[in-house]
Design a protein around this ligand. Structure first.
Ligand code: F58
Length: 831
């Protein structure tokens, strides 16, 4: 009996499958006008661009709907294993073009709107991208759900529907000022709220013991307060495969029961305050990148979304009466960094306290249901929660964590003997500087697999960060090198390159990126190289017009585009780039180099600093200040330009990356876990100047040393220098170019003569320099000279650029997902 029959439906339409509108211009126009009139409530003649955009989005949704509904029931019905991707961040980027592309509607939509007198390009600009992530980690999650859908992996992405995403960055006098990102202000046409499917999430209170019917003493949680988690569903269409997966983001609202109790006590203001308190949980994305802040609200967010997601899976995805001992055959929860790791004790709590499963059996289930991806190596970035805070917010979970730890340490003792040092080192509970739960350790103990995000990172994770765990859990550690979706980052972002590739290789490369190998043969063809160069030149023109309109800034005509876009962090070493620029400028200013001898370059920066990260903000200020001086000093004859468009985001990335000639990936070796921007640039035919760090290592191996500008110390060399004792001043004293560049900054030349403005940067580099900027300076300057030399021969440069594309097919997120399936998830493909 079909579900419709079960309702007692008799009309043939009610019994038919959902019907998609006809995929024709007439069908599209009809649906669009219907949405404009009936959903937006306006006539075409009176409609604003926003109305039109919302109606267009609604129309694209309508075309995807039948498949989405179909896939949802299929995923519920099928008995095989699926992936629940748990991530606190999804940095999605704009949805319209992606969804048009996936559903093959781009041409029809363009023509249909033109017939209505509307330029679709204008509507594209209306969309505000959902910036529900900080940087690489959030963007990776977005690439992964695209690949999961494209590869028909039964899967759901779970996360948080932040009301405010990553802040909007503006500059005032060259300094970063943050503005709230009200991305929902104009309405959000891609989401489907389901308040009726809300999950109740509890917090606080205490635990108590009681004897169950069998006389066994058990613990239970008496929480103090609750909030409702309301799911908002987003379509995640696969590329040209008819699949539509779901991204489910949770939004917090006050629970009725809680309100009512307070209302009944007659305290109206308190009731409203309580509501605000509850809704704060999903109010704003934490803009900290790399160093977690340990704030209570953040732990609330983490628990809120994982408890809702696990509850949703158990209640709504599993069939009634499901035998939970079989849970590992049905689901793997992938933990995107430590942010969702509180899911581990939550699943234990549900299994033991709510479903009455005995501890050991529950633990055996739990250990097979989780896998953990680590995205960092910086020790200060490994998340810990104070026992105090965790115990206050989630007392039962703390008990569970203690028991997991006790049993784990017992097993460690059995294996390694009473080696107290080692036991202290491996304990999930840290003691210094305060008692805390080490979330990465908890994830490692609970996860069936633990992976790093590039070869080098995974190796260092095993050897340097968690060596005891590697020894204790043989086979648990693995690597899955990151990847990026070629749909968004080549096909959509670089349409001309995509056409050129398709012309050369046929259309299959968008879902089988290794086919780009076929371009190697074309790299030798002078005509193809010329056509590639024309595409690059055109992308520069497109970027120039975006920057002119967006920010009123001008890219230098005929310049090499040298781009460094990523979060601002000392380990990523934007300062090294600044020192290179200042060196070149100083050489012209002092007359050592004639301006006419400079290879014209425009340096483009894009970077947000965490609002509380003072040094990062100083560096942003310095970049802007250097730009202001260099760009207006006639001595450089316009041959050096420094541009820093504010508010770098996915939308801007899609314009900047295809236009770039040179990709700056210059972190201190051993610090950048992987990087994914590096992959996007290589795939768009930029050459990389980079250290042997993160996925740069793999990029260089694949593209070859002739097509990559390597510089700087290797990770072992970095270690050796630390061991020997690093003295940054030695480099300052012995390298004249470096000294002159630093002195120019210190002199106030970029701060109207005020020497105090950039003094914190200068003294930090001279007397601390944790990320060894000065040690790698000379090697970097020499590599940049090689870049200049190579760029002078445009034809050879194009050849290298094409080889970069041809040899980077490995970095598709489709390949990453295949690796996860093979090494971590072991999920069969969906029927
Ligand atoms: C990034 N991490 C890594 N963290 O830095 C980068 O090398 C890697 O390519 C990428 O993950 C994907 O694996 C990262 O973006 C964050 O943004 C966290 C946000 C929440 C607070 C802690 C940092």
């Amino acid at each position: 009996v079909s579900p419709a029959h079960r309702l007692g439906a008799t009309h043939p339409l009610a019994l038919a499958p959902v019907i998609s509108p006809p995929a024709t211009v007439d069908g599209f126009v009809r649906q669009f006008l219907q949405n404009l009139n009936f959903d937006q409530g306006v006539a075409l003649s009176d409609s604003s661009s926003t109305d039109q955009y919302l109606a267009l989005a609604g129309t694209v949704r309508d075309y995807l709907m039948a498949r989405w509904l179909d896939d949802q029931s299929r995923q519920r019905a099928q008995q095989s294993k699926g992936v629940c991707y748990l991530s606190a961040e999804y940095l999605l980027g704009r949805q319209l073009d992606n969804n048009l592309l996936a559903s093959r509607l781009t041409d029809i939509a363009t023509e249909s709107l033109a017939k209505c007198g509307i330029d679709i390009d204008v509507l594209r600009q209306v969309e505000v991208e959902p910036g529900l992530g900080n940087g690489g980690l959030g963007r990776l999650a977005a690439c992964f759900i695209d690949s999961l859908a494209t590869m028909s992996v039964p899967s759901t992405g779970y996360g948080i529907r932040y009301e405010y995403g990553i802040f909007r960055q503006t500059f005032i006098d060259g300094q970063q000022v943050e503005q709230p990102d009200a991305w929902l202000a104009l309405g959000s046409p891609w989401e489907f709220p389901h308040p009726e499917a809300a999950q109740q999430i509890s917090f606080g209170g205490h635990t108590e013991t009681y004897d169950d019917e069998d006389g066994v003493t058990r613990s239970r949680w008496i929480p103090a307060w609750h909030v409702q988690a309301v799911p908002y569903n987003y379509m995640v269409p696969g590329y040209h495969n008819g699949r539509v997966n779901t991204l489910r983001l949770w939004s917090a609202v006050a629970s009725d029961a809680f309100d009512l109790r307070i209302f009944n006590s007659g305290d109206y203001e308190e009731a409203v305050r309580a509501q605000t308190f509850a809704e704060n949980i999903s109010k704003v994305l934490y803009p900290e990148d790399s160093t977690p802040q340990g704030k209570e609200l953040r732990l609330q967010q983490q628990y809120f979304f994982v408890a809702a997601s696990i509850g949703d899976f158990l209640d709504n995805v599993l069939p009634e009466g499901f035998d939970l001992s079989k849970l590992p055959d049905r689901v793997i929860f992938q933990l995107n960094d430590t942010h969702p790791v509180i899911a581990v004790p939550e699943l234990m709590r549900v299994l033991v306290d709510e479903r009455g499963i005995e501890w050991d059996a529950a633990w055996a289930i739990t250990q097979q249901c989780f896998a953990y991806t680590c995205h960092t190596l910086l020790p200060e970035a490994l998340e810990v929660w104070s026992v105090d805070l965790l115990g206050r917010l989630l007392p039962r979970h703390l008990e569970i964590i203690y028991r997991i730890n006790d049993e784990f340490l017992l097993a460690v003792r059995e294996r390694f003997g009473d080696d107290e040092l080692r036991i202290r080192a491996m304990s999930i509970i840290g003691e210094h500087p305060y008692r805390s739960v080490r979330m990465a350790y908890l994830a490692t103990v609970a996860g069936a697999k633990v992976n790093g995000v590039a070869e080098l990172h995974s190796q260092l994770l095993r050897e340097k960060v968690l060596p005891d765990f590697d020894e204790f859990f043989p086979g648990k550690f693995t690597n899955v090198t990151n990847g990026v979706t070629p749909r968004r980052f080549i096909r959509l972002a670089n349409p001309d390159l995509a056409s050129l590739i398709t012309e050369a290789l046929g259309a299959g490369w968008t879902v089988d990126l290794e086919r780009l190998r076929g371009l190697e043969a074309f790299a030798a063809d002078p005509e193809f190289r010329e056509r590639f160069a024309a595409v690059k030149a055109h992308n520069k023109v497109r970027l120039a017009s975006v920057l002119r309109e967006r920010d009123g800034i001008e890219v230098g005509d005929g310049h090499m585009l040298d781009v460094m876009v990523k979060r601002l962090h000392e380990y990523k070493r934007q300062m090294l780039k600044v020192l290179h620029i200042v060196t070149q400028y100083e050489q012209v200013r002092s007359g050592e180099v004639a301006a006419s001898d400079i290879i014209p370059r425009t340096f483009i920066f894009g970077a947000k600093a965490a609002p509380g990260y003072t040094m990062a903000k100083h560096i942003i200020h310095l970049v802007n200040a250097v730009g202001e001086v260099v760009n207006s000093d006639p001595v450089v004859e316009g041959r050096l330009k420094v541009l820093f468009p504010p508010n770098y985001n996915v939308t801007l990335a899609e314009r900047v990356i295809p236009a770039a000639d040179l990709s700056e990936q210059i972190s201190l070796a051993g610090k950048e876990a992987s990087g994914t921007g590096n992959m996007k640039f290589a795939l768009n035919g930029a050459l990389t100047i980079g250290t042997d760090d993160g996925a740069n290592v793999e990029i260089r191996k694949l593209v070859g040393d002739d097509n990559f500008f390597l510089f700087g110390m290797s990770e072992p060399e970095v270690e050796a220098l630390w061991a020997k004792g690093y003295q940054p001043t030695e480099y300052y004293q012995s390298d004249e170019r470096l000294r002159r560049a630093m002195d120019l900054i210190a002199s106030g030349a970029f701060s109207g003569g005020d020497r105090s403005v950039f003094e914190p940067i200068v003294s930090n580099l001279l007397y601390d320099d944790r990320f060894m900027v000065l040690a790698d300076y000379s090697s970097y300057i020499e590599a940049q000279a090689r870049v200049d030399e190579a760029y002078a021969d445009q034809d050879t440069w194009s050849r290298s650029a094409i080889l970069n594309i041809a040899r980077s097919g490995f970095f598709s997120s489709d390949r990453s997902i295949r690796d996860y399936i093979e090494r971590v998830w072991h999920t069969p493909p969906m029927l």
